[in-house]
Design a protein. Structure first.
Length: 252
């Protein structure tokens, strides 16, 4: 399938590792130029080299997505450096945790990082002939998992916000969708850490996945790239779960 992404301009936040990096790679392989950011400068530098090796032109900046001014400045500067913006993928997460500090961090990074990214990108997306936003959710937002956590609740808010934006921005032909990964295994990621340090929890989760394995970052990236592409031109307000059947709810 021809996705129609060659020459497009995309921003992926939190793109130095894991799912974010896989999304950036997949977009680069389809011919996109990229603006990427992450908190760690070293990992970001490695990502830039990887993406440039795939033929992409890359604008990068190390920053904390929870810093609203820094995030807005990055989006504006990336769009200017790339010569426009067609695709936005707000990706990073605080990783959750317990206590009020975890709630505040998750609010600023997972929820407000997504909200602010879109607000900053709107003037640039409005000028595109195929604008798209793809939020990254989680299956923990749609089905009870582990317990009442900031990550679950505020990622659910991201999914709801995405749906509202899909309606509000349809008049500008800006498509807005969400991809929610289930358990995804990548090096040094949360499920790799669980495998090493909480093997019983890891194995019990694995047993709940009908496919008998956890997903890969690349499998999530493939879903994101399709929804971001002109090939998905009549899809907006969708919530695509990528979990190998891990969630058991019925979707009507």
């Amino acid at each position: 399938m021809e996705l129609g992404l060659s020459g497009r301009k995309a921003i992926v936040t939190g793109a130095s590792r894991g799912i974010g990096r896989a999304i950036a790679r997949a977009l680069a392989d389809e011919g996109c130029d990229l603006g990427i950011c992450a908190r760690g400068a070293e990992g970001l530098e490695q990502a830039v080299k990887d993406l440039e090796g795939r033929g992409a032109r890359v604008f990068s900046r190390a920053l904390d997505v929870g810093d609203g001014d820094a995030l807005r400045g990055f989006v504006a500067d990336a769009a200017a450096a790339l010569g426009g913006l067609d695709i936005l993928v707000p990706n990073p997460s605080s990783g959750g945790g317990d206590g009020e500090d975890a709630w505040r961090a998750t609010f600023e990074i997972d929820l407000m990082g997504s909200v602010r990214s879109v607000e900053a990108a709107l003037p640039h997306l409005s000028a595109s002939d195929a604008p798209a936003v793809v939020f990254i959710g989680t299956t923990a937002a749609v089905e009870t998992f582990v317990g009442p956590t900031a990550y679950n609740a505020l990622k659910a808010a991201v999914v709801v916000h995405s749906n509202g934006l899909s309606q509000a921005l349809s008049g500008q032909a800006i498509r807005v969708n969400t991809v929610s990964p289930g358990p995804i295994l990548f090096e040094d990621g949360p499920w790799d850490q669980a495998r090493q340090h909480m093997p019983e929890f890891y194995e019990s989760t694995l047993a709940d996945i009908p496919f008998g394995r956890m997903g890969t970052a690349e499998e999530v990236a493939n879903a994101v790239v399709f929804l971001a592409s002109p090939a998905a031109s009549f899809i907006t307000g969708a919530h695509l779960v990528v979990d190998g059947g891990f969630t058991k709810r019925v979707n009507f």
